[in-house]
Design a protein around this ligand. Structure first.
Ligand SMILES: NC(=O)c1ccc[n+]([C@@H]2O[C@H](COP(=O)([O-])OP(=O)(O)OC[C@H]3O[C@@H](n4cnc5c(N)ncnc54)[C@H](O)[C@@H]3O)[C@@H](O)[C@H]2O)c1
Length: 439
């Protein structure tokens, strides 16, 4: 990828389009509006709160990221969504039950109610546990993709947007292995015309976005833009893409802890993770085929971080198990238990237990914001195709073919910040530090 020589201005409105207007999407939109009104802080968002060091530690240059790179301000964001369930933003946020109605939803009720989801490109075969009435009339997949493209153009015009980005916040679709239809742009476009079974709705949104020059991120584990065909299309159209599956909850903890064990050369013989959650996402994941997509996304993490091939004595016998249990009383307030069996000096074993009383959508919302702003930045900087520097935000980062993904959150974080420095013509920071000890 070429170093950007010029980054176009962030002026004007930035449309953020969200396929899926459930718990994560409404928590994100409500949080941005609350931040704009000074009612809550955008905690967890790097674009809003984090600083970035430039130059030497002694230089004293550590601006906020938002003052260093030209990204849109929160006041310039406008939101649109698609969902098969016809609830507006206020109703959907109430259903999701993440945010407190009186403290956080009622004060911005008019704003939330004004966002009504557009009819979705939805097919129950790909999300078996859902039913919805707000769907586009069935046509060929090509026709559905064209209808989505028209929605994007209409939204952009109606809202006077300079640019648009899209972040998939829709349900997890059934597991689909990349097949022949995903191998090239031509095969994919032929598949659209033939309404090929292996093209799920999320792939239609990704295709429509890329064709409209709209950067696309996928917050769920299903394929969506993660195929040779859509990667090639993104490069051809000069559009940045990123995925998959927002890194929140248990996987966030895993990618924080596992690098720690490995750096200290501690062995891990078992890692058992189980969750109870009762939101709509939990219900969708109760279907084994949707769970399969999630399981594949969650299981890869430890293997990639611990590298058992390189450290067989420490990790080759690691037993890794992940369970998700739908348990309605918990709503969005998931509880995740981890039992980790580790061993140290001379093979002596130890155990670590984690009980994470987590709020998934609270962890996911700032990720949606950062992805929207960073993908728009990447687009204006002329960067296209897979944006590996955004791996930080994903459970199952998309990478160039043949390249293993980097899951270690600390490496991902350095990569993200160094990419920002690189984009702006600043020196990357290696943390070598010998220059401070010159004679
Ligand atoms: N909550 C988290 O922290 C988290 C973390 C990682 C990934 N995710 C993923 O993000 C996605 C959203 O999670 P959530 O908790 O908001 O779930 P949710 O069930 O509350 O919302 C998903 C919404 O997507 C809609 N939808 C389904 N198919 C659609 C389609 N074809 N077009 C448009 N809309 C469609 C559903 O009707 C639903 O309203 C899920 O795939 C989930 O697995 C969530």
């Amino acid at each position: 990828m070429k170093q950007p020589t010029e980054i176009k201005s962030a002026d004007g409105k930035l449309g953020v389009l969200l396929p899926g207007f459930g718990a994560v999407a409404t928590t994100f939109v409500a949080g941005v509006e609350a931040a704009r009104k000074g009612l809550a802080a955008p905690i967890g968002s790097l674009t809003q709160m984090q600083t970035i060091r430039l130059g030497k530690r002694t230089d004293g240059r550590s601006p906020l990221i938002k003052d260093f790179v030209p990204i849109s301000g929160l006041d310039d964001l406008v939101f649109g969504a698609w969902d098969p369930i016809p609830e507006d933003g206020y109703e959907s946020a109430l259903t999701a039950g993440v945010l407190n109605r009186y403290e956080h939803l009622d004060p911005i009720k008019d704003f939330l109610s004004s966002i009504e989801p557009m009819p979705a490109a939805f097919d129950k075969r790909y999300v078996k546990k859902l039913d919805g009435s707000n769907v586009k009339a069935a046509g060929s997949k090509k026709e559905l993709a064209e209808a989505l493209r028209q929605d994007i153009r209409d939204f952009k015009e109606a809202n006077g947007c300079e640019r648009v980005v899209m972040v998939w916040c829709g349900s997890t679709e059934v597991y689909i292995r990349p097949g022949a239809v995903h191998e090239s742009i031509e095969a994919f476009e032929k598949g659209l015309e033939d309404s090929h079974d292996d093209i799920a709705p999320s792939q239609l949104y990704a295709y429509a976005a890329i064709m409209e020059g709209v950067p696309y991120a996928n917050g769920a584990p299903n394929l969506s833009a993660d195929s040779a065909a859509l990667e090639a299309l993104a490069r051809r159209e000069g559009v940045p893409i990123a995925g998959k599956d927002f890194k929140t909850g248990q996987t966030l903890m895993k990618t924080i802890l596992a690098p720690g064990f490995k750096t200290r050369m501690l062995g891990v013989s078992g890692w058992f993770s189980t969750n109870i959650l009762g939101n709509r996402d939990g219900e969708v994941l109760d279907d084994p085929e949707s769970f399969k997509s999630k399981e594949v996304s969650k299981l890869g993490v430890l293997e990639e971080i611990l590298q058992p091939g390189m450290y067989p004595e420490l990790y080759k016998d690691l037993y890794h198990k992940v369970r998700i249990n739908y348990y309605p009383p918990r709503g969005d307030n998931k509880e995740g238990w981890d039992n980790i069996d580790i061993f140290g000096w001379m093979g002596y074993d130890m155990q670590i237990k984690i009980d994470f009383l987590c709020r998934d959508s609270i962890l996911a919302a700032p990720i949606v914001l950062d992805l929207a702003l960073f993908l728009d930045l990447a687009g204006r900087a002329g960067m296209s195709g897979i944006q590996e520097w955004l791996s930080f935000y994903f459970k199952s980062p998309q990478t160039a073919p043949g390249l293993y993904p980097e899951h270690d959150i600390f490496i991902q974080h350095k990569k993200l910040k160094n990419t920002l420095r690189w984009m702006m013509g600043e020196e990357p920071i290696t943390h070598l530090g010998v220059e401070y000890y010159d004679d």
